[in-house]
Ligand binder design. Structure first.
Ligand SMILES: Nc1ncnc2c1ncn2[C@@H]1O[C@H](COP(=O)(O)OP(=O)(O)OP(=O)(O)O)[C@@H](O)[C@H]1O
Ligand SMILES: [Mg+2]
Length: 276
């Protein structure tokens, strides 16, 4: 289960995030990035955060700790921004918090090299969860104390917006040619051999148990939260088993051009064996 916390002070909005997450302090004296149920992206983006964050952490990838965070909108009373006020009012009750990494830097491919092994694990994981939000334009990666951390999985699990077609989506390919780590020769085959066997039914059940009941209730076409959990597990298990055969990497072709600028795609030519 995710730990329960309660927001005690709204510190500041994070304006670079499209969903207007906020930095908040909580009753456990921690500082968190709070993602709001009242944001335009809706509660499904929070469900995606919980599932992807839980899966990644269990596979040994670094994602800051996620917590359940209750909100009394009164804590934002002194916040002058109307948009923030409206967001807090629309988000009373249960929301999601992510441990704030103080002093972390947004990932910069020119300043931080990633090994082919680590790049492979991240690309493979993103393929399993259909993460379209890790491109070189918007990497959603942080560097903290010399390590790479994954954030922002709200746009992943794209298929949960249309369950009827989810089975077909499970078989769909993953185009990683614009992935932020594509220039580091990701070793996807080794990552899949190492990680896919770890995505067992028990592991998925543990991940899905962390999704708050209320965020799975009333899903059209399902008899209750446990049926929804089973549907997530089915798609994730299917993708974990074989998606490595359908990941597109490598140099752009006329049919599938990379839009990444030359300074970025030039990386692999600069001695990848020296990568950390
Ligand atoms: N745990 C964290 N620790 C430190 N900074 C963070 C953390 N999480 C997010 N940030 C900062 O806040 C920004 C916005 O967060 P995030 O990308 O999760 O929000 P979003 O609204 O989903 O964004 P997007 O516009 O990419 O969809 C990040 O780019 C990063 O700079
Ligand atoms: Mg983001």
């Amino acid at each position: 289960m995710l730990r329960e916390t309660s927001a005690t002070r709204y510190v500041a909005p994070l304006r670079e995030g499209g969903s207007l997450p906020g930095i908040v302090e909580a009753d456990d004296l921690g500082t968190y990035v709070m993602k709001f149920t009242g944001a335009g992206q809706g509660r499904k983006s929070l469900v995606a955060e919980v599932i992807c964050g839980g899966l990644a952490r269990r596979l040994g990838l670094r994602v800051p700790e996620l917590v359940r965070m209750s909100l009394d909108p009164v804590i934002g009373r002194s916040e002058p921004d109307q948009e923030v006020q409206a967001l807090l009012k629309a988000s009373a009750g249960l929301n999601l918090g992510m441990d704030f990494l103080p002093g972390s830097l947004g990932y910069d491919p020119l300043a931080f090299r990633v090994s082919a092994a680590e790049a492979g694990r991240v690309v493979w994981f993103d393929a399993v969860v259909n993460n379209v939000d890790r491109s070189w334009r918007n990497p959603n990666l942080l560097v903290w104390h010399g390590d790479l951390w994954l954030i922002d999985h709200g746009a992943a699990l794209i298929w949960h917006h249309n369950w009827q077609a989810a089975g077909a989506s499970a078989a769909r390919a993953y185009d990683a040619s614009d992935h932020a780590l594509a220039p580091f020769n990701p070793d996807v085959a080794t990552a899949a051999a190492e990680l896919a066997p770890r995505v067992t039914g028990d592991l998925l059940a543990a991940v899905l148990a962390e999704v708050p009941e209320a965020w799975l209730a009333d899903e059209p076409g399902f008899g209750g939260p446990d049926e929804v959990r089973a549907a997530y597990a089915e798609v994730l298990a299917a993708r974990a088993a074989s998606v490595h055969e359908r990941i597109t990497l490598g140099p752009p072709t006329p049919e599938r051009g990379s839009n990444a600028p030359g300074w970025l795609t030039a990386w692999p030519h600069r001695k990848p064996e020296a990568a950390r």
